[in-house]
Design a protein around this ligand. Sequence first.
Ligand code: C5P
Length: 245
Amino acid sequence: MNRPVAPQLGAVHNPILVALDVPDADRAMTLVSRLAPVVGGFKIGKELFTSAGPEIVRRVRAAGAPVFLDLKFHDIPNTVARAVAVAVRLDVQMLTIHASGGLEMMRAAAESAQAAASQAGVNAPLLLAVTVLTSMDSAALGETGCDTNVGRQVERLASLAVKAGIGGLVCSPLEIAMLRQVLPSRIQLVTPGIRTGADAGDDQKRTLSPREALQAGANWLVIGRPITAAADPRAAAEGIVQSLG
Ligand code: C5P
């Protein structure tokens, strides 16, 4: 089983993971150097990873910050297992896979994470399953041949992920309460779609504030633009930390 334990954050759990949604390493590292002292870690997604490669993971780790590698692996079990092992050797603390890849794929990922971590002498990362992308509604799901509604499909894939030994899930703010009712409490929930109220309207439609999301049962908050697009990103991050008070 995956340890549902996150990055070493010192005595106080800082749940804020900043999404480094920037196109190059220089911009990413400018944010990391400003924000590392005040946040819990950084999310590296497909844009930055495709641009800057594994070296960006090494650089963020060298700055002393935990890394959430959000590449949403979805492939045959052997390929996902091997990619997870490489990510573990890069010493990431969290990484994502698609639950829709199936039970066998998720089990292969979980086993590979454990094996690679003990071989490398590092802590196993928290494996997170992505259920239904929040960009999909029930009609879009139906077009893929999945004739159920989004809520039921999220619950179904979440249960499958737990059965596979996955330690956490990525979920929308509005799914937290439902998932907390049906999942074991050891399962960690990581939630994007966080807005502070001070932000200008953007493409996130279903949002909660940082405090509301934690109260609903989230363990980790992925926050991008409310911090990275602020005039003073560090002050914005500090303001959010204080709001959790
Ligand atoms: O800038 P913002 O706070 O909206 O960034 C949220 C981050 O979380 C982005 O990296 C986005 O891709 C990611 N995300 C999301 N909604 C999901 C899954 C991931 O916003 N359902």
